[in-house]
Design a protein around this ligand. Structure first.
Ligand code: AMP
Ligand code: MG
Length: 526
């Protein structure tokens, strides 16, 4: 055996230790028909098949995290395993049972309808990571749907989870994007025009895929003993650092803290999740389930990319903190029957409020280049946000431009590149100049230099974000077997704060994208 081949075989020898299916009760029948599964946390189900799997993309960082070598990624064993066609030794596939509040209403049992867990690996650093295929076939939780996913939504999730990670924002990760070779029928715009689209399978990776909804379903069913078991399991597997009598209270407090931190991070980069139902809320505070998400182009707190939510805008950019708290309240209600005392839950929610305020202040100060948040800063922030909204100013471009203004007399021309319409710039430049003068006065209060401030601001204000129109170009090319856009975007997503990007990757949204499906309009159809 050559040394190369030896490494090849050893690397795919992933070490599985499947605590979720080992320690919690499951439905072992293995049957895929849709059904309620009371009394269990999961149902055994095999993934696949995919008729002609082709690897479109992978994340080298995630492969490394899993101790999978680059040459292994190109092997048939990899393609078979991560398309759902063959299980690796140690894999125990299952779909987990959860419920959720969707758009404000209790929706009952939902569950992994198009996700299949493969098991938990322990990597060489002792880190535990769950592997999950998305789009690998029907499960007991698929209801009337097919358990499959289309290339466009899988590609968007693949790129965005990696982009989020490199922005420094907690997220599930993506190992691989594989087209199945099978067609999947979808009515993309829900307008009665279904079409066959290419199917794809994503392998995603996270320390835990537990959602608020996993706890909610057990509470809704009155299965309090199982709920207690799931809480104990989560504490033991996912929060091993918490010990002692107060560990339940500490845990809920931490969930609240991480959730607050997460939404503040989304606001920092202008990210709108789009579907913040409680089944899409990670117990670890990760961004999870990338569907009709988007990055705001022209700044607007009321903006959402999700056409399904266009009327109520429940999940628009500016609502995300309130919705996060609403979701935590639903989680607190679910946990109440097994909480040692209600005060632990109340304290957690109060901690959410405090964390949100503190983190918002820190985040905004950093975005504007202030060394610390001061009381009077709120007026400066509110005034510029109001102006930006009124004058259709691009959020990403604005903050990179703001980093370039020079003290002590900033030139309003520096901001011009952030406007979509020059007429709006011309008509409002005086207002922006007045604001810049106030901003300059604020900067003058701190011991700083232009260069140092620019450097700090450019570390928190991304140069590259995965605008919808960019992802859409990668989708259209990949549908024609051209992965060059996908590769370009993944490379750019790896260095979002750098100034080195191709002009076409950092351009503001072009006019043609304003009303194009996939660019401005995204439904939940995926
Ligand atoms: P989502 O909108 O992706 O958060 O999904 C909400 C629920 O619908 C979850 O239980 C999903 O598993 C399920 N679901 C969404 N799409 C499909 C599909 N194509 N096949 C089966 N279940 C699905
Ligand atoms: Mg979901």
């Amino acid at each position: 055996m050559t040394p190369c081949l030896y490494i090849h075989l050893a690397a795919m020898n992933l070490h599985f230790d499947n605590r979720f299916v080992r320690e919690l009760p499951g439905d072992l029948s293995g049957k895929p028909h849709s059904r309620q599964t009371p009394g269990v946390c999961w149902a055994a189900i095999a993934p696949g098949p995919a008729s002609h799997p082709t690897l479109l993309a992978h994340s080298p960082e995630v492969a490394r995290l899993l101790d999978i070598g680059e040459e292994e990624v190109r092997s048939t064993a990899f393609l078979d395993a991560f398309s759902g066609n063959r299980l690796l030794p140690g894999m125990q596939p299952y779909a987990s049972c959860y419920g959720g509040h969707q758009f404000g209403n209790w929706a009952g049992q939902l569950g992994d309808g198009r996700a299949i867990g493969l098991g938990e690996i322990i990597n060489r650093n002792g880190q535990r990571l769950e592997l999950q295929l998305k789009g690998a076939g029907a499960t007991p939780y698929s209801r009337r749907a097919d358990g499959r996913a289309v290339l466009r939504s899988s590609l968007r999730e693949f790129l965005c989870s990696e982009a989020m990670h490199h922005l420094g924002i907690p997220t599930t990760r993506a190992l691989s994007l594989i087209t199945s070779g099978d067609g999947v029928q979808r009515d993309m715009l829900y307008d009665g025009n279904p079409a066959i689209e290419p199917g794809a399978i994503l392998c995603r990776v996270a320390p835990s895929f537990l959602r608020f909804g996993h706890f909610e379903i057990l509470a809704a069913r009155g299965e309090h003993a199982l709920l207690r078991r799931l809480v104990e399991f989560t504490l033991s597997r996912d929060f091993p650092g918490l010990r002692g009598d107060a560990r339940f209270a500490d845990w809920f407090r931490l969930v609240c803290e991480r959730t607050a931190t997460l939404v503040v991070e989304w606001l920092r980069v202008g990210f709108v999740h789009g579907v913040m139902n409680t089944d899409n809320m990670s117990i670890l505070g990760l961004t999870i389930d990338y569907g009709p998400y988007g990055w705001v182009d022209n700044f607007d707190p009321g903006w959402t990319p999700n056409t399904t939510d266009a009327q109520w805008r429940r999940y628009c950019l500016g609502q995300q903190p309130d919705i996060a708290r609403w979701n935590l309240q639903r989680l607190a209600e679910a946990l109440a029957p097994v909480a040692p005392e209600q005060a632990a839950l109340d304290a957690g929610l109060a901690h959410f409020d405090a964390t949100l305020q503190a983190r918002l202040g820190d985040m905004l100060a950093a975005k504007f280049g202030w060394l610390a948040w001061q009381q009077g800063d709120a007026a400066l922030v509110n005034d510029i946000f109001e102006l930006m909204q009124r004058c259709e100013v691009d959020m990403t471009e604005f903050f990179r431009a703001l980093a370039n203004v020079a003290q002590p007399a900033p030139d309003v021309e520096t901001l011009r590149s952030a406007f979509y319409r020059d007429a709006l710039y011309q008509n409002h430049r005086e207002l922006f100049a007045d604001w810049l003068a106030r901003y300059a006065a604020r900067l003058a209060q701190q011991d700083d230099t232009d260069a140092a401030r620019r450097e700090r601001m450019n570390r928190v204000n991304p140069r590259f974000v995965l605008r919808n129109y960019l992802a859409q170009q990668a989708i259209e090319a990949a549908t024609q077997q051209d992965t060059s856009w996908l590769e370009k975007l993944l490379a750019a997503a790896r260095r979002p704060y750098d100034d080195c990007h191709l002009p076409e990757l950092i351009a503001k949204r072009p006019d043609w994208a304003l009303n194009k499906p996939g660019c401005s309009m995204l439904s939940c159809s995926s």
